[in-house]
Design a protein around this ligand. Sequence first.
Ligand code: NAD
Ligand code: ISE
Length: 340
Amino acid sequence: MTLKVGVIGTGMIGQDHIRRLTQVLSGAEVIAVSDIDGARAAAVAPEGAAVFATAGDLIRSETVEAVVICSWGPAHEEQLLDCIAAGKPVFCEKPLVTTAAAALRVMEAEVAFGRRLVQVGFMRRFDADYRRLKATLDSGTLGAPLMFHSTHRNAAVPEGLYTSDMPLNDTLVHDADISRWLLNDEVRGVEVRVPRRSRRGTELRDPVVVLLHMGSGVLVDVEISVNIAYGYDIRGEVSCEEGTASLPLRPATVIRDIHGVRQLVPADWRGRFIEAYDQEFREWIGAAARGTATGPSTWDGYAATLVADAALKAVESGELQPVRMRDRPSLYSTTLEAPP
Ligand code: NAD
Ligand code: ISE
């Protein structure tokens, strides 16, 4: 049976997900699209797909069985609540929402519904390298993890659209989520330091260094540089009691020629995580066809949102900012599961 999917937000990642649902994966068909920019939605709609004037119309359409949200973060809350009210499985790109209060509203609605419907787009959890790293840590062969060094570099970000808060409330959510997942732990406190500003980002606060204090005492240092020119460079190394484990550089091919020895660097997230996005959608289609969701949940989106909120306070105060989570509803009791 083919899952009939509606996509909301047809910008960069919306178009990439339409491509993978249409040309790469089986089991799903994009039958509807919507964007506040109606012309863009019409231009990228797959042949035969309906173009809805509003996200709400798409979500409530009887023909749409499951929804993919790729609009801007501040629009996610209303669209998620509409999906839950309609009882439809929904894949929502990160960030889940942009405030802790909004995350709690989405969580309350899903808990009241009584079944998981929401999967958040934390694609790193589906990346084969991160999965091997987690399996190594979980095996215990290196002893307990002590520190995690996470590097998150973008070649550039859209000028004017990407603001100084976004390294902390848009980009950092990936590092916060992957730290919780890799380490089976929660973030309890956040510090932020701002080094010398890069002139490439004009007024943008870039780079930033974030220190996540995990419940076990593990410290995670995160470098976020969003205008580093040379490419999209995601790195991770965990220092444990008896050794270290790190992600390989991708693509792994090493070129030797008259200019020396080098590896290519992906231009952006599309290239680096292409297989991870494919896998997250493979798993989403399977769960959505059963009327539910898998992988990163509303609880995980809430946790990342709290870290973002704390980071924004910490950058202003210069102090360690605590992160206090509410009790975990039983609906989300298995969300820090090991990879299959
Ligand atoms: P984009 O600006 O290219 O596209 C966003 C689209 O959403 C635009 O076409 C805009 O018109 C539309 N839109 C905005 N508000 C809307 C609304 N209320 N209803 C319908 N359409 C609306 O941005 P993007 O880079 O594609 O990012 C979209 C989302 O995906 C963001 O939340 C971003 O953080 C996330 N993202 C995730 C990853 C990842 O690696 N997982 C990578 C890039 C972007
Ligand atoms: C973007 O929205 C993403 O989610 C990318 O994965 C991230 O690396 C980038 O910093 C964000 O802007």
